[in-house]
Write a protein that binds this ligand. Structure first.
Ligand code: AMP
Ligand code: MG
Length: 402
């Protein structure tokens, strides 16, 4: 049995990012950038008016109110044709190019029409530079605007569009196969007999993997017979990640560990000092990472988040791997006598500007329903006997994906 941190390190040390691929930029959402992206333009590309108003020589307005002559009307997309000189202004719209000679824009609200159509009254002085976004102030030609390792979110998609990067080098989606084992398991649409239960792990694990944008194939249920497990594994071993659930404990029908070894899987660890989820196996065959998780639904859920999540993040090219851990103030006491590190389903909330957390009621590692009331895992360190009301504890956030 090894400590949680050591197990995590073994996983991270044995996982390497996949080969990047070239994708259309709209397909990059939720994935990790595998190249530095440079701008091919200045942004703004010209001195741009930030307001609807009049492009002026600022100096002309210092004794405002002052009446000036309108020499041109410039809309966004127009090329200004006239130079603004003292005594003159050009009417200009937001997003339009500021004409030569003008060094400020007076917004419409600070002007008044006059009886003469080509004259405008400027009501207040403006400073040089007012309401003009200078060429290149946001980005410049050649500048790296997005770095390798960046998660592509909607705003990054917008930047890719801005710099004309329609094809981009990205780390690919992972392929994940999932097998559940257990004679007692039946499918979702079947009514279990009094000694059966429905297979829920395949679906919760698949969803945990899918919310990381991977391509999941649920490979089915294997009874507790070696040949059934081997048969389903054949397809799973063509994936980037193969997850097996159940059959890893010490029972007579816990065959997964043996099957993995007999199938030539290199095993890195088989037991980790945590609760729930002690019997958790990590192995590798060729390029497939294999995780065999305990069948109890909360154990399977927790061990995914602790070990598979970081492995997937690294395979996906991200520079940080673990789920976000923060400190929160514990509400109530927790008594425990475990030697192993424990992860309790818990609920955090903001209370008077402080993050506070309390464990949800749960009845152990089979109690999946309790996790539906949780939004984090509260960490109880090894060898801890008591956590006290008001003390700071570490919690792992479960619902922020990155
Ligand atoms: P095992 O790890 O195979 O010893 O299973 C531990 C417990 O988890 C048993 O009560 C199983 O019935 C239950 N279990 C195993 N696999 C699943 C599954 N796919 N979905 C829901 N519960 C499961
Ligand atoms: Mg079993």
């Amino acid at each position: 049995m090894i400590p949680v941190d050591e197990a995590k390190k073994i996983v991270i040390d044995n996982v390497h990012p996949l080969e990047p691929i070239q994708v259309h930029f709209q397909d990059a959402l939720g994935f990790c950038l595998a190249e530095d992206v440079r701008s091919d333009i200045d942004m703004p590309p010209f001195n741009r008016s930030a307001m609807d108003g009049y492009a002026v020589v600022a100096e002309d307005t210092k004794d405002a109110p002052v009446t000036l002559k309108i020499i041109e009307n410039i809309a966004a997309g127009d090329t200004p044709e006239k130079k603004v000189s003292c005594g003159c202004v050009s009417k200009i719209m937001t997003g339009a190019s500021v004409p030569e000679g003008a060094d400020a824009v007076v917004k419409f609200e600070d002007t008044e029409d006059t009886d003469e159509e080509d004259m405008v009254k400027i009501l207040r002085p403006v400073k040089s530079g007012s309401n003009i976004s200078k060429r290149g102030e946001d980005m410049q030609v050649g500048q790296i605007v997005l770095h390798t390792g960046k998660l592509i979110r909607p705003q990054e998609i917008g930047i890719l569009a801005t710099v004309g990067k329609s094809s981009v080098k990205m780390y690919p989606a992972l392929t994940v196969g999932i097998i559940s084992t257990g004679n007692e398991l039946v499918n979702v649409d079947e009514k279990p007999s009094p000694v059966q239960i429905r297979n829920s792990n395949s679906y919760s694990l698949a969803s945990q993997a899918r919310r990381m944008n991977s391509e999941v194939e649920i490979l089915g249920i294997a009874g507790d017979r070696k040949e059934e497990i081997v048969r389903l594994m054949a397809k799973g071993l063509r994936k980037d990640i193969l997850i097996l659930s159940g059959g890893v404990s010490m029972g007579e029908y816990d065959l997964v560990g043996d099957v993995l070894k007999e199938s030539g899987v290199h095993i890195y660890f088989e037991k980790v000092a945590l609760r729930p989820g002690k019997p958790v196996v990590f192995g590798k065959k060729n390029d497939t990472l294999i995780f065999a998780l305990p069948g109890n639904p909360v154990a399977s859920f927790v061990t995914f988040e602790l070990f598979i999540y970081p492995a997937m993040r690294k395979l996906m090219g991200f520079p940080s791997f673990n789920r976000t851990t923060v400190k929160a103030v514990l509400e109530g006491d927790i008594l425990t006598k475990r030697k192993r590190r424990e992860f309790r389903p818990a609920f955090f909330k903001w209370k008077e500007n402080v993050l506070s957390v309390s464990p949800v009621e749960w009845h152990g590692s089979a109690d999946l329903l309790a996790t539906t009331k949780a939004n984090c895992l509260l960490i109880i360190p090894e060898e801890t006997e008591k956590l006290s009301n008001g003390q700071l504890v570490d919690i792992i956030l479960l619902d922020n994906n990155y």
